[in-house]
Write a protein that binds this ligand. Structure first.
Ligand code: NAD
Length: 248
């Protein structure tokens, strides 16, 4: 059991087809108790109940600082500690640069980047007090390619911002025993991109992926579990490119 006695908080974890839920399931199988955070409409309590007993669902909008703080207090009250934070909530919008409105920009930046900051601020005091913690952030290959297959430039910017913020946090909190790492998924089959890939683009997309397939949520979950675990205890500030070789 890689995560025995650990408590993990996973934002954007309620969607049964998503990266967050796949990670929640894998973490639970590795012995962790999991708090699934998500918007009310995503019904995080039901998702947590599906994981089995001992896991909890917490409603929180990660763009709301007070809600993040309240969520951390709720997890600490109900589960006693926080060892792992997986900042995974995100939204995307297919846009060209000239079409990005102020509201588009705010929406995309707020969920990925502001949400990462607020949730990290909410849990770090508890991690600091226990002198250990692992924070993993879901960035994207879009941050590295300067453009996603599906997301707009503001999405690339938000996801690149997560890498910068994460590395700065890794530097700042290493002394407190807190590790901060990232995953940059390539194209993974989840609800976020459902219906957005036209059939006639698929062949061209697969030609860019040496492993010749779209990723599955568990491909990402395995890397997140690794980063969360003591197997990665000397890793901080790193980025795992979970993309089937797209950047080779
Ligand atoms: P998803 O849509 O299933 O997951 C996103 C989750 O975030 C949902 O459960 C949603 O309810 C939640 N969420 C949205 N706004 C929120 C908010 N304000 N507060 C709290 N929760 C909120 O899609 P996914 O593919 O599993 O996405 C997970 C993460 O992976 C996202 O950050 C996404 O940008 C990133 N990502 C996905 C891919 C891919 O190809 N699927 C590739 C690279 C990165």
């Amino acid at each position: 059991m890689l995560l025995k006695d650990k408590v993990a908080v996973i934002t954007g974890g309620a969607g049964r087809n998503g990266l967050g839920y796949a990670t929640a399931k894998m973490m639970a199988a590795q012995g962790a108790r999991v708090a699934i955070l998500d918007l009310a409409g995503a019904e995080p309590a039901a998702a947590a109940a599906d994981l089995g007993p001992g896991h909890i669902g917490v409603v929180a909008n990660v763009t709301d600082k007070a809600a993040c703080e309240a969520a951390a207090v709720e997890v600490l009250t109900r589960l006693g500690r926080i060892d792992i934070l997986f900042n995974n909530a995100g939204i995307t919008q297919p846009r060209k640069t000239l079409d990005i409105s102020a509201a588009d920009y705010d929406a995309v930046m707020d969920v990925s980047l502001r949400g990462m900051l607020y949730m990290s601020q909410a849990v770090i005091p508890a991690m600091r007090a226990q002198k250990s913690g692992s924070i993993i952030n879901t960035s994207s290959v879009s941050a590295q390619r300067g453009g996603g297959i599906l997301g707009g430039p503001h999405y690339s910017a938000a996801k690149a911002g997560m890498l910068g913020l994460g590395r700065a946090m890794a530097r700042e909190f290493g002394i407190d025993g807190i590790r901060v790492n990232a995953v940059t998924p390539g194209l993974i089959a989840t609800d976020i991109n459902k219906g957005l890939i036209p059939e006639d683009r698929m062949k061209g997309i697969l030609e860019q992926i040496p492993l010749n397939r779209i990723g599955e949520p568990n491909d990402v979950a395995g890397c997140v579990v690794f980063l969360a675990s003591d197997l990665a205890k000397y890793l901080t500030g790193v980025t795992l490119d979970v993309n089937g070789g797209m950047l080779i």
